[in-house]
Design a protein around this ligand. Structure first.
Ligand code: PHE
Length: 349
């Protein structure tokens, strides 16, 4: 636009303004996409080499009496081109959005769906099985006294089981319960038989964190006390429970020892990951232990003021995480503590 700086007459200035306006309108309104529009903006409205800038410089050479008319015309052209640019920009971006919406092959966005944790699912399932045969839910404190957690359950002070439980102490006499069994004694003290309770809850052990241990995990305790209850009731009820949860999977009872049950037994289920063939989860044995159980020791009943000649009972404690591993075929217990959504979403709800 060099020639404009040589303009001397108003008529030359006006015809140049006319030409720039016409070409600018054509370029801006004809821009087919954002790139073409930007090119047109630089050519006509650009600060450095834009045509309007050159026209503005031409104003200086206009004789003084005619300057107001020339300035007015310059502003008209400037405002027209600027607003045309803004309009066109808006129209092009709206068109962009429309074409995105109109494309049916665009991938859909999946809203994230919440999922229940496998341990919660198994706890619900176990609670339902026992609810149907007359058990009600009972709860107890996680911060427990030494007496409820150990002494009342016949653990002598120097018993190796205290080490095995790897207790987390909160004070001299207060600890984080290492099992849900203290709720047995709390229930025996508070309710008269017949008693049938199921106690889901968190328990704590200072175990190191490996593929099968975590410092906090859940347990489910069960307790049944009435007149005429025998080991037959224990075996029949737990076998029925296993059948409901695992279908045709084989189960077996092994003699065991707990200071608060006598006699005691552990129940194994055929490893569902290898169907009994032996794998790392069952340590090659083909079986996984899912619960400890036994006949309630008479000393617990007596300590709670219940006549142990008249009443007998049985109890069990199981680990829902281990049961969930078997139920859902999970090879590693750790995935259950990570709460990784990619894993949780795969658990059938
Ligand atoms: N409390 C025992 C444990 O944590 C399990 C158990 C409960 C055994 C009830 C017998 C009766 O290992």
């Amino acid at each position: 636009m060099q020639p404009t700086t040589r303009l001397v007459s108003i008529s030359e200035f006006l015809s140049e303004a006319q030409r720039i306006e016409g070409e600018g309108v054509a370029a801006l309104s004809g821009a087919a996409d954002a790139g073409a529009l930007e090119d047109a903006r630089i050519a006509f409205l650009g600060d450095a080499r834009g045509a309007l800038k050159a026209l503005q410089q031409g104003l200086r050479a206009i004789p003084a009496p005619e300057k107001p008319a020339a300035g007015k015309r310059f502003n008209e052209v400037k405002v027209r081109l600027e607003s045309l640019h803004a309009e066109r920009k808006l129209a092009l971006s709206a068109a962009d959005n429309r074409s995105a919406l109109a494309d049916p092959s665009m991938p859909a966005r999946h809203p994230w769906k919440g999922a229940k944790h496998p341990v919660s699912l198994v706890i619900d399932e176990i609670a339902e099985i026992f609810r149907e045969i007359g058990f009600t839910i009972a709860l107890g404190p996680e911060a427990e006294t030494d007496w409820y957690n150990f002494t009342a359950l016949n653990f002598p002070p120097d018993h190796p089981a205290l080490d095995a439980h790897d207790t987390l102490y909160l004070g001299d006499d207060v600890l984080l319960r290492t099992h849900t069994s203290p709720v047995q004694m709390r229930t025996l003290q508070s309710y008269a038989p017949p008693i049938r309770i199921l106690v889901p809850g968190n328990v704590y052990r200072r175990d190191f964190f490996d593929a099968s241990h975590a410092p906090m995990f859940s347990q489910i305790e069960g307790l049944s006390v009435d007149e005429g209850i025998s080991f037959v009731d224990l075996k029949a009820t737990l076998s029925l429970f296993a059948k409901r949860l695992f279908g045709t999977a084989k189960t077996r009872f092994r003699p065991s020892y707990f200071p608060f049950t006598e006699p005691s037994a552990e129940m194994d289920v055929e490893c569902q990951l290898c169907r009994g063939a032996g794998c790392p989860v069952c340590k090659g044995t083909g079986w996984t232990e899912i619960l400890g159980s036994g006949m309630v020791h008479p000393s617990l009943l007596e300590a709670a003021g219940i006549d142990s000649e008249r009443y007998t009972g049985w109890a069990f404690g199981m680990g829902p995480a281990r049961i969930a591993m078997q139920r859902y075929g999970l090879p590693n217990i750790r995935v259950m503590y990570d709460s990784d959504v990619r894993f949780l979403e795969q658990v059938p709800q």
